[in-house]
Design a protein around this ligand. Sequence first.
Ligand code: VGL
Ligand code: ZN
Length: 238
Amino acid sequence: MSRISRRAFLTAAGAVAASAWLRPGVAAAATITPGDADVLLVIDVQNCFLPGGSLAVTGGDKVVPVINTLANRFRNIVVTQDWHTPGHVSFASAHPGAKPFDMAKLPYGDQVLWPDHCVQGTAGADLAAELKLPTAQLVIRKGYHHELDSYSAFNEADGTATGLAGYLKERGIRRVFAVGLATDFCVCFSAIDARKAGFEAFVVDDACRGIDAEGSLAKAWTAMTAAGVQKIVSADIA
Ligand code: VGL
Ligand code: ZN
């Protein structure tokens, strides 16, 4: 096993089995201790995605205390906000005759049409009031181009960079720990794009909730696993 692949192996969710095998008789610790090269990426924990919001994610509010606790472990925290123009191209209301969750063919590809959500400067676009991230260092807003959506914190739907990869690289970050809403859309696209940009990527499953429209959650996990995104739980981080 090369040094690189052994390190990747040891940090994987399967680290218990791996280290027990490498050091027989030694109790294996799967714990990840975040350091200077790690960032907690808190995705779209905004009122519109919480129960009662216009694009409510079931149990979306449940991620808040988990993320608040995780935040104590990280020196680097970046937050994202979905930040759409009124009448944004991703809204069903912008397409005559369309209903929420219909698909549309747009110049950059297939687009799910959503209920109006996270309109710039509205209360729905505010971060959840209970989210406590006083040490967060950067807020990335995305989806603000009227004719273009951006699920990912790294790249808009046509591939345009948001600048986050450059920011993280200049800060010496190597591992991205993604949490928030929704697992199968913005968390998934962000984690996969983190891999594409050369970061190690982890999704902290109990700090996320999915929309799960027509099997989208299972599909998202298949895609994330194929991209080398590692699924962990918050108890793995201490
Ligand atoms: C999201 C759908 C539309 C998300 C954002 O944050 O996962 N999903 N806009
Ligand atoms: Zn959106």
